[in-house]
Unconditional design. Structure first.
Length: 418
């Protein structure tokens, strides 16, 4: 019933491979392409176990125990994951709450003032505040989930992440996750993984206990998504963008469009320029208050606006299933950024077709364009994106049925010699 409400009928390949391992109590490192259904691959077995073990007296007014923690890098993603969790939990009377960035200590205390949630979705900064003020403890945690691992293990978050991990008791083998005195099962998921993941995790668990589930399509471009690279002068980009948006709405049946810029200032300038051209849109960038960002993205998800101009804050994890066009107004600065931006289209459960249109304005962008083109034509992962994941014990390579095509028909390169 809960899955019907979110239009989930068949499991994705990553879900088929991950869910049984989670249910058996293994620590998991799941590395799979964007849009492959990773969120449900951990939420479904978590809800299944919580509803099976839930007792009426599990929580009391004075209880400070949390049984499931999901750590995500942004408030927007926290609310998105929480929304999915609430849908799954509703039939079983399980409670999901969020603690995100941009909230004061007073709000954080209110979240934990009464009954503690079965599932807490939090950002690192807000959770560290809660732990310091002893609003909760993680001693009886059953699940510790780290979502969007590439961002969570980035230096901007890694210190806080290590601190939070040391507040929990992480299991080193499946049998430790069961019983009255149990330890937390560790689930780490992401589409890209930076170096140093093992260095952090080995401080809290036996690396040999981690089952690595690595998608065969990890760091590959999706063959059903058209990739177009257009050489264009900087002054002409806005005209090309306007043309692409008109084409989407009037000739391709409409749909959502994400327009990525590298800087917040560019988002604001481009927004003003589109205002003058009469193009309805919304803007999303990191300098906005978290509450404002959350409202804007929610409106875009619901279809209140079709064009969202944004920085890379919208490229990590957020559900963009209605998006049919991604425009790299500014060419991404790295392979990782390109993978995440391109992953906003062609997602599981979303529209089947999609296009990534990239404006190439600088000679130094051409090298990355050529690497992307070669990787697509040779059906290989992007150079420089070789996984940093060490397969410590068992590795389960996933062969994605949905993406098992033998060629890349959707690559268009409109670059001239510089």
């Amino acid at each position: 019933m809960a899955l019907d409400r979110i239009n989930i009928i068949h499991p994705t390949t990553v879900q088929l491979q991950t869910i049984p391992k989670v249910m058996k109590g293994h620590n998991i490192l799941c590395a799979a392409e964007t849009g492959s259904g990773k969120t449900l691959s951990y939420l479904l077995p978590i809800v299944n176990r919580l509803q099976a073990e839930k007792k009426p007296h599990m929580y009391t007014e004075n209880s400070r125990k949390i049984h499931t923690l999901v750590l995500v890098p942004s408030r927007e993603l926290a609310e998105q994951v929480a929304a999915v969790s609430r849908t799954l939990c509703a039939p079983f009377g399980l409670l999901t709450r969020t603690v995100g960035g941009g909230r004061g200590v007073g709000h954080i205390k209110m979240v934990f003032k009464r009954n503690h949630p079965d599932i807490l979705v939090a950002t690192p900064g807000a959770l560290v505040k809660a732990l310091r003020r002893r609003c909760l403890d993680l001693d009886e945690l059953s699940f510790f989930v780290i979502d969007e691992a590439d961002t969570m293990f980035d230096p901007s978050f890694s210190t806080m992440l290590e601190s939070i991990l040391h507040h929990a008791n992480i299991a080193s083998e499946p049998k430790q996750t069961r019983g009255l005195v149990h330890k937390a099962q560790l689930l780490v998921v992401g589409a890209t993984f930076p170096g140093g993941v093992g260095e952090v995790l080995k401080q809290v668990t036996d690396l040999g206990s981690i089952v690595v589930i690595k998608s065969k399509m990890l760091h590959f471009l999706m063959p059903h998504v058209k990739q177009t690279f257009l050489k264009v002068k900087g002054a002409d980009k806005i005209l090309e963008l306007n043309q692409a948006l008109k084409l989407l709405q009037h000739e391709k049946g409409g749909g959502g469009a994400l327009v990525f810029c590298n800087k917040s200032a560019t988002v604001n300038w481009l927004g003003h320029s589109l205002d003058e051209m009469g193009v309805q849109h919304a803007r999303l960038q990191g300098e906005m208050p978290a509450a404002v960002r959350s409202g804007i993205f929610h409106s875009f998800q619901k279809g209140a606006v079709d064009v969202l101009i944004c920085t890379d804050i919208a490229s990590r994890g957020l559900d963009t299933s209605r998006v049919r066009l991604v425009v790299n107004y500014d060419f991404p600065e790295s392979h990782t950024d390109y993978i995440h931006r391109a992953g906003r289209v062609g997602r599981a459960g979303g529209v089947e077709d999609g296009e990534v249109l990239s404006f190439v304005t600088h000679p130094w962008d051409v090298e990355l364009v050529q690497k992307i083109e070669i990787a697509a034509r040779r059906r290989t992962s992007l150079p420089g994106m070789e996984s940093e994941i060490h397969e410590y014990s068992q590795a389960y390579l996933l062969v994605s049925e949905r993406f098992s095509v033998s060629f890349y028909p959707n690559l268009t390169c409109l670059l001239l010699m510089w």
